[in-house]
Design a protein around this ligand. Structure first.
Ligand code: NDP
Ligand code: GDR
Length: 342
């Protein structure tokens, strides 16, 4: 019998890479998706096989982290050996606009899922998508021992999820772990996160379809890794002998300005000619610097990032230039809308 995994947030960046990885490893993969009035499965469509086909290994189920009873029935039905909780309202800037919704999804959603595991009476390993945003104002380098000091409703909700995951491990002997992941990006990154916003803008400017991009704080320091590598670390955390919490990071430190420079330069453009400031992209409280120390993951899981920020920026620029060539006018319309998005 193949192993069964349930992924919440399967339609997101990480969920899609994790689903690919688990399918490659022979798992039967179940994903929680939200009912929406438009299709929201574009990141996993290439993996989908009609469930009537005997070769189907990926199954999608409607549900939401705000709906606890649905989570119980789903878990009792699927009986997965591994649960990856990747679903969240994951945008830090948006969490200031929607603090209550963020707390409900990114915080309470985790305890609903942990309770659902308990109530369904199943033995499963549980992965919680914790975040470097929990370190917030505590200066780098940050590792598993670094105190938390969240600086946003998102960061605060993730701190709750971290502790409730740890509590279920200690209280009920559950195999439940926190992966404390630093920023990780890819061509599948959501369009309003800073890296993807930049690489899409580079592609559109290079193609002569846009002249400027509006940005916020360029001094923030981040440790940007490649998402496809980070999902391997998630999986390894659930294969260890004992449940434990791990940081995944590259250890590199770059400012948003550095990322702009690398991305524009790769397309033969000077970023200073194209970037304008707009205060709407500032956050009421900013996280100045996140740089991870993932030596524990390297020692105990044999996990180490191999793609560092400059190569990642170039890889994303290349992908967005290609995507633009194939997408035509409708894609450009969405770029123009970026000016009012977070
Ligand atoms: P995305 O924003 O790309 O994906 C978020 C996913 O959560 C989507 O599938 C979304 O569904 C789903 N979701 C949102 N709200 C709900 C809800 N109420 N019920 C069910 N599903 C919901 O995030 P990433 O893939 O980048 O990140 C994955 C996880 O890792 C998130 O928890 C994030 O906070 C965390 N994280 C991410 C890091 C990063 O750098 N990427 C770093 C550290 C932690 P839909 O498609 O319908 O919107
Ligand atoms: P972050 O990612 O907040 O680190 O959270 P984001 O890419 O949104 O911001 C990174 C830094 O860039 C600065 N910035 C801008 N950000 C956006 N989005 N748009 C802009 O125009 C802009 N200009 C400057 C921000 O101020 C910030 O300092 C991500 C998410 O994936 C979280 O879910 C995850 O937990 C953390 O990474 C680790």
């Amino acid at each position: 019998m193949p192993k069964r995994a349930l992924i919440t947030g399967i339609t997101g960046q990480d969920g899609s890479y994790l689903a690919e990885l688990l399918l490659r490893k022979g798992y039967e993969v179940h994903g929680l998706i939200r009912r929406a009035s438009t299709f929201n499965t574009s990141r996993v469509d290439h993996l989908y096989v009609d469930p009537h086909d005997p070769s189907a290994k990926l199954f999608l189920h409607y549900g939401d982290l705000s709906d606890g009873s649905r989570l119980v029935t789903l878990l009792a039905d699927i009986r997965p050996q591994e649960v990856y909780n990747l679903a969240a309202q994951s945008h830090v800037r948006v969490s200031f606009d929607e603090p209550e919704h963020t707390a409900d999804t990114t915080g309470m959603g985790t305890v609903r899922l942990l309770e659902a595991v308990r109530l369904a009476g199943i033995e499963t390993k549980f992965y919680q998508a914790s975040s470097s945003e929990m370190f917030g104002a505590t200066p780098p380098p940050q590792n598993e021992e670094t105190p938390f000091y969240p600086r946003s409703p998102y960061g605060a909700a993730k701190v709750y999820s971290y502790w409730i995951t740890k509590n279920y491990r200690e209280a009920y002997g559950m195999y439940a772990v926190n992966g404390i992941l630093f920023n990780h990006e890819s061509p599948r990154r959501g369009e309003t996160f800073v890296t993807r916003k930049i690489t899409r803008a580079v592609a559109a400017i290079k193609a002569g379809q846009q002249e400027h991009v509006y940005m916020g704080n360029l001094d923030a320091v981040r440790d940007w890794g490649y998402a496809a590598e980070y999902v391997e670390g998630m999986w390894r955390m659930l294969q260890a002998d004992e449940p434990d919490d791990f940081v995944l990071a590259t250890g590199g430190n770059y400012t948003v300005r550095d990322f702009l420079h690398i991305a524009f330069d790769h397309a033969g453009l000077n970023w200073e000619d194209h970037v304008k400031f707009d205060e709407r992209y500032l956050r009421p409280t900013e996280v100045d610097a996140l740089v991870g120390d993932s030596s524990k993951a390297e020692m105990k899981l044999g996990w180490k990032a191999t793609i560092h920020t400059p190569d990642l920026a170039r890889l994303m620029v290349n992908a967005d230039i290609e995507a633009l060539k194939h997408a035509g006018r409708s894609w450009i319309d969405t770029v123009d809308l970026d000016c009012w998005k977070a």
